[in-house]
Design a protein around this ligand. Sequence first.
Ligand code: SF4
Length: 330
Amino acid sequence: MDKSAETKAFLIAEGGVDIDERILGRITTPASGPGAGLTSFFLRFNGHRVRLGIKHSSRLKASLEGDEVVIRDHEKEIVRGYLEDAIAHCPEQAYITVSEVCIFDCQYCPVPLLGGSVKDQSDVETAISRILADPKLARKLRSIALTSGVEESPQREVERVAAIIRILRAKYDLPIGVAVYPTQNSTKLLKEAGADEIKYNVETMDRQLFETMCPGLSLDFVLEALKDAVEIFGRNKVFSNILVGLGEDDQSVINGMQDLIKMGVIPILRAVVEHPLRSQTRMRRPSAERLLRLARKERALLDQYGLRADVAETMCAACTGCDLMPHRDV
Ligand code: SF4
């Protein structure tokens, strides 16, 4: 019996491995989301991809044997696979964070505390031109994706990102995905600019947790925006992260997934990262069993409502590095 989904769940739950950075190719340091600022690499095994943090304190040790990476738990071999280069943030995509800063202060997210940079249109164009100038990377590039924190206001951010997408759309014949905090007209603006897929994150469908974790943000507003997004972008084109490990119970995740899926939105179940900059937040990385159970439930719900997660061309549903993705992993 193929146990590779279990293996991926185990690796995600562990979150990282001890590895000598010198054997890695392009390591990646996400500039957005709960894992921002932590270095990681991508491993491909049995048709799965997993992003693993570099964690020297981990009980899992990775080493190179020929061109294979072997991960062992003490002496027991857990998996062997191949390193996959990140193009920009992840394999096969130029996934660029426009504003690596945020005026909001979601309690699980390190971005507001990292003080990252803000890219303008020419920075994004330069980054993509550099990728295309490298034949090895250009051959592998399948799509472009933009995400952004909020530098001044959500509306200003959406307008900036839409302007960049308009330029990219005119220049490149590649699918474009976008993940931002929504505004009244963001869906229309981003679609007209040329985006093909969109992600607005609910982060949690547990209302009480949302209020504590995301001060100043509105879950109802995000849900309304997701509904509009399905009307404008279509089914299988709209995504939303649900964090797992903030303190919610399984039933709230399942009910939340069902609400989103009924609307035509594909949930991305994302294990929280116990980030050192957010150590006061009582987050717990979920167990492999919990991740598998919820991912299998998501797969069943997607099938019931006729959605497919494996037709995604951009962002996390196409990458799959951080999550157990229905139709691809389970
Ligand atoms: S799954 Fe999403 S967050 Fe994770 S590496 Fe891939 S694109 Fe980045």
